[in-house]
Design a protein around this ligand. Sequence first.
Ligand code: NAP
Length: 280
Amino acid sequence: MIIDGKKIAAKIREDLKKKISEFKFSNKMVPGLSVILVGEDTASKIYVKNKEKFSKEVGINSQVIKYPEKIDEKTVLNKIDELNKNSEVSGILVQLPLPKHINKRKIIEKILPSKDVDGFHPLNVGNLSSGYESNIPCTPQGCFLLLKEVEKNLNGKHAVVIGRSNLNGKPMAQLLLKENCTVTITHSKTKDLKSECIKADIIVAAVGKPKLVKADWVKKDAIVIDVGINKTESGIVGDVDFEEVSKTVKAITPVPGGVGPMTIACLLKNTVECFKRANS
Ligand code: NAP
């Protein structure tokens, strides 16, 4: 089974659109998302443009605040403060990476946890790892929803997460743990990655190494979620050798068209949840 992230993300957006038009009808209010973009990074500009496009599509009031590369940290912090206080702003996102002279941690910590739609604020990270309600980072949340499309009950499954970044690997592991999986987190210092993967019922690869996961690393009937986006001469590929691995496994996400579309869908979902909590 090829897990169609595009289709599942479109369904999430359709549901959000309905919910938002209901809010509009009942209290004349809609969720608002403010995105701060610093500098001219090409990939960041594309991501922000897509976030804006899909926000508008579902009816979220979206605003992009652009600053030049050389902007000082204080101006960005002051802007976040202003957005924190603005009741029309349900969610705030600062597009990463930031220029080196801006302290990423300070910026993330300045965003009100209740408006932190990326789920990167330490309070949200702590709540997720304690099993409490929190804003869940968008990409791992998307992976999790894709997984649940294939397998409703993850109880006792052995999951191997490849990669331990704050963005992907660590929150992914927490989500799987919360669902009673036995979780192994692997990384660049893991001694024998193949022998870890071969035991897995679920593999989530978030590495950034083209086709790292080979067919003989994967158990028959495993579910494989590929987060990787790698530019190669033959186009964009994931961290999994899709052509070979897809022949044996129970289910797998393609790249592109798997996890990618889910990331933005989950950002919109987080924005709507922040709005609901603020207005309940
Ligand atoms: P990252 O911060 O660079 O983290 C990569 C992780 O992989 C690190 O934990 C690293 O280990 C580990 N690693 C590196 N080489 C390894 C190896 N040979 N064996 C096992 N582990 C290895 O990357 P990231 O931000 O999590 O992103 C990972 C991938 O996902 C990238 O391709 C990125 O473009 C993609 N991505 C996709 C989406 C989406 O929407 N689909 C969103 C975000 C990112 P150490 O900790 O030991 O260094």
